[in-house]
Ligand binder design. Structure first.
Ligand code: SF4
Length: 182
């Protein structure tokens, strides 16, 4: 069974349709990376095989995925910390949100814009996903920071602002990097 076509704008109003579309984008992107030899599918998605199997059973029943019988290495500490931040600070209230916390944390370890590394159609689609599943974090990003930077800023705040280059964004040389539109 092929993955369904994603919602091209990623910003419609039907929540189940959007969720399925976003998961389809994420899986298609991770499958393409796997095909390029970048790692196993669970590693590229950021979900342990048992969780990935449950996600597929819920959203894409009948879809056959590779690598679900392979070992899943322990994620690095920074990735686990970010997944925890998303889960607890974001108000994640569903199993889908807990899966997405792991997925966003894993994909935040890549080097491009987060929406690109998730395979989503736009930054707007990523914002809509975060608003649906992590409403408290979405509401807290009042200055429209780039999402990956915003997550790290939250972790930095928890560490007494010891990770960023300056105690306040307004005095920081990285300001344009963190706030420039994607
Ligand atoms: S602008 Fe500077 S202080 Fe603000 S989040 Fe970015 S790196 Fe941290």
């Amino acid at each position: 069974m092929p993955l369904p076509k994603p919602d091209p704008g990623g910003v419609g109003t039907d929540r189940p349709v959007l969720d399925q579309s976003d998961f389809a984008c994420i899986l298609a992107h991770a499958l393409a990376e796997r095909d390029r030899g970048l790692g196993t599918l669970p590693d590229r998605v950021g979900l342990a095989p048992a969780d990935l199997a449950r996600l597929v059973a819920r959203w894409f029943p009948g879809l056959d995925l590779p690598d679900l019988d392979l070992p899943f290495p322990e994620p690095p500490e920074a990735q686990k910390q970010l997944a925890l931040l998303l889960t607890w600070r974001g108000g994640a209230a569903s199993e889908d949100a807990r899966w997405l916390a792991c997925i966003l944390a894993r994909r935040s370890m890549e080097g491009n814009h987060l929406w690109e590394d998730l395979g989503l159609p736009s930054r707007t689609a990523l914002g809509a996903l975060i608003r649906r599943h992590f409403p408290r974090l979405h509401a807290a990003n009042t200055r429209n920071m780039r999402w990956k930077k915003f997550f790290y800023r939250q972790i930095c705040a928890d560490a007494g602002f010891s990770l960023c280059l300056a105690p306040s964004c307004g005095e920081c040389a990285e300001y344009r990097e963190c706030f420039a539109p994607d």
